[in-house]
Design a protein around this ligand. Structure first.
Ligand SMILES: Cc1cc2nc3c(=O)[nH]c(=O)nc-3n(C[C@H](O)[C@H](O)[C@H](O)COP(=O)(O)O)c2cc1C
Length: 199
């Protein structure tokens, strides 16, 4: 059984390029692994709240010492962690916003990255605790960043690779759908993106 988790972070319904690309990746995974389940987590439609002081104190308090209020404040974070821990493959749909990731996706990561839950300090340094997962990033952008003069402005791929590596996810494949704000190139780049998906 292949358990697929698909994180949707574009608020655009119907025409979202990152969702289209993410859907195509999920379909290919389903073709490859006939015995599968797909969990959709739409963090644009149901955004997680920004972390507040109660989460800060709860994160760094041992479970047996947490107050009922602190335990309650961790419920959403626990759900995010459980979904990721339960998945074999995670497909993250990422529209580029202002050279980086949407704030909804950043907040999802803030709930996911937790000391002694998804990473820990060891004698050899930080050790990620989310092991054995495969991640596909479906990144959409208005411009072109895979090559050319704007390459250095892409803060999506490098950032996501860094935080995922921090929690132990090292097997990351990136697919891009670019030039979506360029009417003359949009369709060509969309077709190229779909053709390039190899699982
Ligand atoms: C708030 C906002 C910021 C954006 N910033 C960038 C950007 O920095 N670089 C870029 O190439 N495209 C940018 N775009 C264009 C989107 O990345 C592009 O339209 C992409 O296809 C959006 O993904 P979606 O169709 O899945 O929503 C931005 C779009 C929005 C709405």
């Amino acid at each position: 059984m292949m358990k697929i988790l698909n994180i949707i972070s574009s608020p655009v319904n119907g025409t979202s390029a990152s969702t289209k690309l993410g859907n195509a990746i999920v379909t290919k995974l389903q073709e490859k692994y006939a015995d599968n389940t797909v969990t959709l987590r739409n963090i644009a439609q149901e955004p997680l709240p920004h972390l507040e002081e109660i989460q800060m104190t709860s994160f760094f308090t041992a479970d047996e010492k947490r107050t009922p209020q602190q335990k309650d404040a961790l419920k959403l974070s626990d759900k995010v962690v459980d979904e990721v821990m339960d998945a074999d493959v995670i497909v993250i749909n990422v529209p580029m916003y202002n050279f980086g990731i949407p704030s909804t996706l950043k907040t999802w990561l803030d709930h996911l990255i937790r000391k002694d839950i998804t990473f820990q300090h060891s004698t050899s340094g930080i050790q990620g605790m989310v092991t054995g997962k495969k991640v596909y990033l479906a990144i959409s952008s208005g411009g072109i960043y895979s090559e050319g003069p704007r390459k250095h402005l892409d803060y999506t791929e490098n950032y996501l690779r860094s935080v995922l590596d921090f929690i132990g996810i090292t097997d990351v494949t990136v697919f891009r759908i670019e030039a979506q704000s360029k009417p003359d190139l949009k369709e060509e780049y969309a077709a190229k993106a779909m053709k390039n998906i190899s699982i």
